[in-house]
Design a protein around this ligand. Sequence first.
Ligand code: NDP
Ligand code: MG
Ligand code: MG
Length: 337
Amino acid sequence: MATLYYEKDVDRSVLEGKTIAIIGYGSQGHAQAQNLRDSGFSVIIGVRPGKSWEQAERDGFAVYTPDEAAARADVIQLLLPDEKQPEVYRTQIEPHLTAGKALFFSHGFNIHFGQIVPPKDVDVVMVAPKSPGHLVRRVFTEGFGVPALLAVHQDATGQAKALGLAYASGIGSTRAGVIETTFREETETDLFGEQVVLCGGVTALIQAGFETLVEAGYQPEIAYFECLHELKLIVDLMYEGGLANMRHSISDTAEFGDYLIGKRIINDEVRREMKKVLAEIQDGTFARTWILENQTGRPFMNARRRQEAEHPIEQVGARLRALMAWQKKREDVPVGR
Ligand code: NDP
Ligand code: MG
Ligand code: MG
């Protein structure tokens, strides 16, 4: 069983009187910074001049370049896009990482794959909210918090874990529960989840289902509803109460079809492929491909974004969503029937 931490496990004093620099004021940056400030901690922002800088100032923060913020802070949380972090780290953060400071992350990629190698005499900690940034903020303002993962890569001061827990409490996560993990486990499972299930798996499944129906002569609008639109309703039920709750709500016909067919779609060949994907994440093949892609101006990403935007499911979807003004108010429509 995983180790879980809650409010009772937090010693806030390890973070009191310290300055926290949030580097980057995007999705996670704005949310974590505002939550920590509302929790009574001292927060400054480090970004380059531009949109984020102006937003952080409007939100009432003292804003500096990453370089200056890192110099002023005791705890430095890197919340730039992962592929930008190594360069900013090398040029602006590392020079200010004096002994006893703490370097924080919300994702393990750059530490785990050696793109950032901090000096041995600083704490290196991950507090990774399991949620998009805007929810990290909204759920906090509603008096609760999103769950988070906590990992310690380096404990130079002997207080790294306590510091991580205090930080997690500052963003609201100990109200929900903080799960202890490692940089390796977080990185590899995060990549696997998004590639195989959440993003790569789901989008490919939707498109394959849609294409099969359309190629067989069914109307694209109907195919869109059956293979994409209804997915949200199904996922909501799974989110609320697991697969069993979803199967309880759908019709018996849908449930029978689920049991009969699911494993023919996600068959042994697909499972073998999943294992290969996991192996490529574990041995660094994926990381190398992604790093090279960024170093060469993202030729594959750019081409695929263009191709995907032209897929018929996007055209029909845009048309249908424009017609569905009722969509937001009627999320309780029956599913699977
Ligand atoms: P965003 O893409 O939202 O962050 C962009 C921010 O970084 C902006 O403030 C941008 O400023 C700034 N920035 C970009 N390049 C530079 C640069 N060269 N120098 C200075 N500032 C720069 O990032 P996320 O919040 O999505 O991700 C941050 C971290 O959190 C990542 O490690 C990610 O894996 C992790 N994470 C993200 C989640 C999410 O929901 N998004 C969930 C959990 C973890 P500007 O406006 O000037 O471009
Ligand atoms: Mg991810
Ligand atoms: Mg149906």
